[in-house]
Design a protein around this ligand. Structure first.
Ligand code: PGA
Length: 252
């Protein structure tokens, strides 16, 4: 049976005290043998403390970005080795806010995924189209280009070690969720594109959906054949909103 992943992206939110309360409430609400993989992607200053807070739970901790560089004169950057040194095991790469606000190209995102893998981190590679691109009918071309950049950089075997997160930019933080069918259509396209290169990898790769996922829509999204979980922004900032999504993941 497939196992769903529910991943919280805290973005630039949090404090030591607030994170402690949030993690304690999430852990308390999850059964020890919960049939769902739960992860939180936290701001870099909170990585080590969050790893400690989650030590007795099944919650994985990840960073929100990683440098392509190993070390050196790159002020403000965080290397993959530093993230693993904090005890985290995953990192987001290519979130649309990084692509848009920091001009990260698909090639740069692919290099970040490679840097993460090189440090033993699982990269969650975020992809997705803008509203203009969807309206212009280029959704598949856009996500294909974003995936091809990763395959070019890592090979299909490298992609197999990643998780993909399809996040239509128009659905992120807007309250507008892609309908389950809209999301499924793109997920099926992504999976078949990868399966055309390697059927086993295409079948097994985890593809999360992100963009205004909440307790009220998680079940129907996770019920779709090619949606293997969710990347949750706003609704990951309180246990009251996040736990129902985890439960929907358990039941999927
Ligand atoms: P959202 O954000 O759930 O608030 O739409 C998702 C994300 O940015 O990963």
């Amino acid at each position: 049976m497939r196992r769903v992943m529910v991943a919280g992206n805290w973005k630039m939110h949090g404090s030591f005290a607030g994170n402690r309360q949030l993690v304690e409430e999430i852990s308390a609400g999850l059964s020890a043998d919960a049939a769902v993989d739960v992860a939180v992607f936290v701001p870099a200053p909170y990585l080590a403390a969050t790893v400690e807070l989650t030590a007795n739970s099944a919650i994985a901790v990840g960073a929100q970005d990683v440098s392509v560089h190993e070390q050196g004169a790159f002020t403000g950057e965080t290397s993959g080795a530093m993230i693993t040194d904090c005890g985290a095991t995953m990192t987001l790469v290519g979130h649309s806010e990084r692509r848009t606000l920091h001009g990260e190209s698909s090639e740069a995102v692919a290099r970040k995924a490679e840097a993460a893998l090189g440090c033993g981190l699982t990269p969650v590679v975020c992809i997705g189209e803008t509203l203009e691109q969807r309206e212009a009918g280029t959704t598949e071309a856009v996500v294909a280009e974003q995936i091809d950049a990763v395959i070019d950089q890592l090979g299909i075997a490298g992609l197999a070690r990643c998780v993909l997160a399809y996040e239509p930019v128009w659905a992120i933080g807007t309250g507008v969720t892609a309908s389950p069918q809209q999301a499924q259509d793109v997920h099926a396209f992504i999976r078949s594109k990868i399966a055309a290169v390697d059927a086993t990898i295409g079948g097994q790769l985890r593809i999360l959906y992100g963009g205004s996922v909440k307790g009220s829509n998680a079940s129907e999204l996770f019920a779709m054949a090619d949606i293997d979980g969710g990347l949750i922004g706003g609704a990951s900032l309180s246990a009251e909103n996040f736990l129902p999504i985890c439960r929907a993941g358990e039941q999927a």
